[in-house]
Each structure stands twice: as structure tokens, then as C-alpha cells.
Design a protein around this ligand. Structure first.
Ligand code: CU
Length: 162
């Protein structure tokens, strides 16, 4: 369940930042990402674990991941650097918009099922079901990291018809 207080605070930040790219309420209101990139997965249904490493070299390893449509993937994400890093799944448009908000509000804490933010040396998980074929982007939205190329993509292959 979403925390209504946090979502309200986030909506306020979005509204403040909604000068250019942001359609007001896009992230905070409808969570359109749930349609575009899939939805939070159920751990018991995950068929595969993918380990992703995050480094101070501003890279994800691997940065390209192949999955099948409808597959539920358990991402085990490790921050092997000394800086805080995070992995956020989204469309490129959403990630860029969210990144701009983060740059203006570097102390902002954010947490949603499509992301994991990790202090140095920590490991966390995202369980996600990829319901649509196509590309799902991911990025680290810590200020400066996305610009430095800390991003990657999940390539979702269309499921065969049964
Ligand atoms: Cu980072």
C-alpha cells in the first residue's frame, strides 16, 4: 500500500518542479509506470533471480538484462561502492523527470516498489513483473549519477502465443 503522507509530499514536490517536462500528477497520481513498465511482482511467482551490482564508477553490472514478457524477476541489487546508489525502474521519460526532482531536492527520501536505494555495501531487492514487451529503462537517480551514465535497460521479449 502507498503511504498517503509520502505521496502527498511527493506530489507537492512534483508540483513545485513541474515547470517543463513534468505533466502534473503523472508520477504521484496515477502511477502510469505500472502500466508502461509492468507491476510489482509477487516473490513466490518469481522464476528468476538477477544479480545487479552498482559501483562508484557510475555503472550497473549488468546494464542490459533480457527477460520474457510476464516473467517475474527478483533483482538482488548490491551497492559495492562507497556512495549511495539506487536502481529505479521506469520509462526513460519518467526517470528523467524524477531525476530533475531529485536534483532539486537531494535530501528527498523516496521509496516505491519499482526502486531500491542502498547505502554503501548494502544489498536490497526489487521483485517486478514485466507485463509488456519492449524496453524498460532503469537508472540511478542520485544527483550526478544519471548524467554520468548510471543507467541500463531491461529488454522484454514478447511472449509466444499459446
Ligand atoms: Cu548511483
Amino acid at each position: 500500500m502507498k503511504d498517503p503522507v509520502r505521496n502527498t509530499a511527493f506530489a507537492a514536490l512534483i508540483a513545485l518542479a513541474a515547470t517543463s517536462v513534468l505533466a502534473a500528477g503523472n508520477h504521484a497520481g496515477g502511477h502510469s509506470q505500472d502500466d508502461a513498465i509492468g507491476k510489482p511482482g509477487v516473490l513466490a511467482k518469481s522464476t528468476r533471480t538477477v544479480n545487479v551490482d552498482m559501483t562508484d564508477g557510475m555503472r550497473f553490472n549488468p546494464s542490459s538484462i533480457d527477460v520474457k514478457q510476464n516473467e517475474t524477476v527478483r533483482f538482488v541489487v548490491t551497492n559495492s561502492g562507497k556512495l549511495k546508489h539506487e536502481l529505479v525502474l521506469g520509462t526513460e521519460k519518467e526517470l528523467k523527470a524524477h531525476y530533475e526532482v531529485m536534483k532539486k531536492n537531494p535530501e528527498m527520501e523516496h521509496a516505491d516498489p519499482n526502486m531500491v536505494t542502498l547505502a554503501a555495501g548494502k544489498t536490497g531487492e526489487i521483485v517486478w513483473q514485466f507485463t509488456r514487451a519492449g524496453k524498460v529503462d532503469f537508472a540511478c537517480l542520485q544527483p550526478g549519477h544519471y548524467d554520468a551514465g548510471m543507467k541500463g535497460a531491461v529488454n522484454v521479449t514478447k511472449a509466444a502465443r499459446k
